[in-house]
Each structure stands twice: as C-alpha cells, then as structure tokens.
Design a binder for this molecule. Structure first.
Ligand code: 5GP
Length: 116
C-alpha cells in the first residue's frame, strides 16, 4: 500500500525542499541529495504509485508516455545523450528500493563504469 508520507510525497507536497530541475502538474525532476555520479537526477510522476509495476498497472498509456518522454527531454537538457547516461529504477526487496514512490534515476556526467 502506498505510504502518503514517503519522502518523495513530501517533496511533491512542498513539505520538504528539493533542488528542482523541472515540474508541472504531472511530474517532477530534481537532483538526488546523495549523488552517485556527477549528474544524478530523480524523475517521478506525481501519481501515487510505488514502483514501475504499480505505474504501468494503474496509469494509462498517455501518462506513461508523458513521463518517459520527459526523461528523454531532461537527458537532452543536460546533454547526456552526447556522452551517455544510465537509467535505473529499483523495485522490491532484491533492489533495496529506499523510497516507496516510483522514481527513475538518471546518472551521467562521467564514465559510470560497467555493470559487470
Ligand atoms: P531508491 O533506492 O529508492 O531507488 O533511491 C532513493 C534515492 O532517493 C536515493 O538515491 C537517495 O539519495 C534519494 N533521496 C533520499 N531522500 C532524499 C531527499 O530528501 N531528497 C532528495 N533530493 N533525494 C533523496
């Protein structure tokens, strides 16, 4: 069940601040408080969904498309398509998802190493 008091819900409600990149009525993008790369951005839909499974099951094509299209626009805003970038979303126990509101990490600005 969605916890209305998770940290990202509080950011959406402006109860706690964030280093904002982009916001409209549907989505918000901001810098991660503990960056794991030179550029580490978090993108979230404002809808109350916990993870990707929840997002895909509860939201329509238009909302899903709008969110992922905006990810690409943010990638371009930071010129990451030129040098490369990595998208991550964590879900479930094995991923150690910390904040229980669906989000995508956008990492870049330096060589991120290999996953293997
Ligand atoms: P997760 O493990 O859930 O995929 O990642 C959660 C991310 O949220 C972490 O990278 C963490 O640094 C970030 N984070 C946690 N609390 C805050 C906060 O209050 N503000 C911001 N901007 N990021 C946060």
């Amino acid at each position: 069940m969605y916890d209305k008091n998770n940290i990202f819900a509080k950011i959406i409600k402006k109860e706690i601040p964030c280093n904002l990149i982009f916001e409209d009525e549907k989505i918000i993008f901001f810098h991660d408080i503990n960056p794991q790369a030179k550029i580490h951005i978090l993108g979230i839909p404002k809808t109350e969904v916990i993870n990707l499974s929840d997002f895909i099951q509860k939201c329509g094509q238009e909302e899903v498309y709008y969110f992922f299209k905006k990810i690409y626009e943010i990638v371009k805003k930071f010129n990451l398509q030129k040098t490369g970038y990595r998208l991550i979303t964590n879900e479930g126990t094995d991923s150690n998802q910390e904040v229980q509101h669906f989000h995508v990490h956008i990492l870049g600005g330096e060589n991120l190493g290999s996953l293997n």
